[in-house]
Design a protein around this ligand. Structure first.
Ligand code: FMN
Length: 324
């Protein structure tokens, strides 16, 4: 299978190493992405804090934000040395913080600059360098600029494109609104992809569940889910058998909870670091609301030990099974 067949999106504040550990318990094959990390942060900051991950997290991509080709190449090289499997460049994030440093979606208007960055990054590393972009920004005409943008980056050697299939409106919309208000245009991405069969296209944006993912996989090489995977992580437990023909049984929720509790104990970190990413684990099950409430209310306390977490998980699992 193509390595990008099923990806979990990079999400700031969400897909940290603890979240990724949880997701990896649910799927061995999903390709995971870090939160976006700014090149400068890697060059000057606490690298262990920013970059460390668990070997279990592979396959794992590091997403970088920036637009200075020298710095992006240096950051990519450090990422590759740290053991990541892929370096991805963020050309889609609309937040203010991100625009001020000139990275993210505003770079859709500067294909040459982006191509220079990606070329320098590829020259610096032996692992794949990929791009995650929008279909345009502000008053750009996506049908005109997207094909040209992709071709310019392909000329620089990029072969994998993750496309969030909506524009970003950089004036007047919050980052959150920029993930819902501009309309999705899957058809445009499909046209661009069909005309370029030698390139890999991963569709992102608004994919709600695995049935939708399956239908997009008839057209695209891969799909990337963000909010659906984060808010209802248990859907990940079905993808290895469904999309990768894995013979392995999907883990049940309690197995995941126990693995996480063990990991928190070994790492000697508060269970909250993991549990905050697991609020939606029982989504749709009896007991889901209590699970969410008790983690939110008790999960940060001193008493919230790994054993507490297992006890809570056992209780909620029993309730959901009794109701089933
Ligand atoms: N996209 C990025 O490229 N880099 C990021 O760091 C990033 N942070 C995000 C943080 C949050 C909380 C959310 C909800 C989205 C973020 N995104 C980021 C956008 C997602 O990667 C994805 O493109 C978007 O949510 C659309 O996919 P979805 O509809 O499946 O959620």
């Amino acid at each position: 299978y193509a390595p990008h067949r099923f990806c979990v999106a990079p999400m700031i504040d969400w897909t940290d190493r603890y979240c990724r550990f949880v997701h990896r318990q649910l799927s061995k094959h999903a390709r995971l992405y870090t939160e976006m990390i700014v090149d400068e942060a890697i060059l000057r900051g606490d690298r262990s804090h920013l970059l460390d991950f668990d070997t279990e997290e592979h396959p794992l991509a590091l997403q970088l934000g920036g637009s200075d080709s020298t710095k992006m190449a240096a950051a990519a090289k450090i990422g590759a040395e740290w053991g990541y499997d892929e370096i991805n460049m963020n050309i889609g994030c609309p937040s203010d913080r991100v625009q001020s440093g000139r990275f993210g979606a505003c770079l859709m208007t500067s294909p040459d600059l982006v191509a220079d960055c990606l070329k320098a990054m590829q020259d610096a590393v032996d692992i794949p360098v990929t791009a995650k972009c929008r279909i345009g920004v502000d008053d750009q005409e996506p049908a005109e600029i997207l094909p040209r943008f992709i071709d310019r980056l392909a000329e620089a050697g990029v072969t994998v494109f993750i496309v969030h299939a909506r524009k970003a409106w950089l004036d007047g919309l919050s980052p959150k609104e920029n993930r819902t208000v501009p309309p999705l245009d899957y058809l445009l991405v499909e046209e661009v992809a069909r005309a370029r069969p030698h390139l890999t296209f991963v569709l992102n944006g608004g994919i709600e569940d695995l049935d939708q993912a399956a239908s997009h996989l008839e057209t695209f090489d891969g799909v990337m889910l963000g909010r659906a995977a984060y808010e209802r992580p248990f859907i990940l437990s079905r993808i290895d058998t469904r999309f990768f023909d894995s013979p392995c049984e999907a883990p049940d929720r309690l197995t995941v909870i126990k693995a996480v509790a063990a990991k928190a104990a070994v790492m000697d970190v508060p269970i909250w670091k993991f549990a905050r990413h697991m609020l939606g684990l029982f989504h749709g099950e009896a007991g889901a609301r209590d699970w969410r409430r008790r983690i939110s209310e008790e999960g940060r306390d001193r008493g919230a030990t790994p054993d507490w977490f297992i006890r809570l998980g056992t209780e909620i699992t029993a309730r959901s099974r009794a109701a089933a």
